[in-house]
Design a protein. Structure first.
Length: 190
């Protein structure tokens, strides 16, 4: 079987599966839309939820990492692995014990991301402008929006830490949910 036949057969299999399960995509999309709307309506609660969830992720990964490190004591990089496990446990505990204070730290990390992403997007757009490729202005606009979001969050600190992460997670869920609903409905009609 040639590579193109394999990809055609895989594409047909995926298409059949999506047509068969289109309703599951729509249901998941509706759930994400509802959760996203709730996160946007009550962003402090969503921020607290994200902070606590990340705390548990770090704590569990740190404990598992520590256990595996001691089980493989003779492996190279023992001390680095030990440090990584302890760091995960400490970060998880900090997020769980002081979730509101930790939300400020998470908000600062997100803000730093927006600043770096904004500058990178602006430079990327300007670089494409020099090459005369189309649609460079969209990248420029995206970078400017990132910098504006960072400025709004920074100027509102520490109060913005209560709503920033929850609002951003809510917006992400809304777009993800809408995408899944669109995907499911398109798969149904094919």
């Amino acid at each position: 079987m040639t590579m193109s036949n394999q990809s055609t057969s895989l594409g047909e299999t995926v298409g059949r599966s999506m047509r068969h399960h289109w309703l599951l995509f729509v249901i998941e999309g509706i759930v994400l839309l509802i959760l996203g709307a709730l996160a946007i309506v009550v962003p402090p609660l969503a921020t607290l939820g994200v902070t606590i969830f990340l705390g548990w992720l770090f704590l569990i990964s740190g404990v598992v990492g520590l256990v595996m490190t001691f089980m493989a004591r003779g492996a190279p990089g023992f001390w680095w692995s030990l440090l990584s496990g302890v760091l995960g446990i400490v970060a998880g505990l900090v997020l769980l014990v002081w979730p509101l204070t930790s939300a400020v730290s998470l908000t600062l990390v997100v803000t730093a991301f927006f600043i770096v992403e904004g500058v990178a997007s602006i430079m990327y757009g300007l670089e494409h402008r020099r090459e005369l490729s189309g649609r460079w202005a969209w990248m420029l606009a995206s970078g400017i929006v990132d910098l504006i979001l960072a400025a709004i969050i920074l100027t509102g600190l520490p109060g913005s830490a209560l709503w920033a992460i929850g609002l951003l997670v809510g917006i992400n869920m809304i777009f993800g949910g809408a995408s899944l609903i669109g995907l499911g409905l398109a798969a149904r009609s094919v």
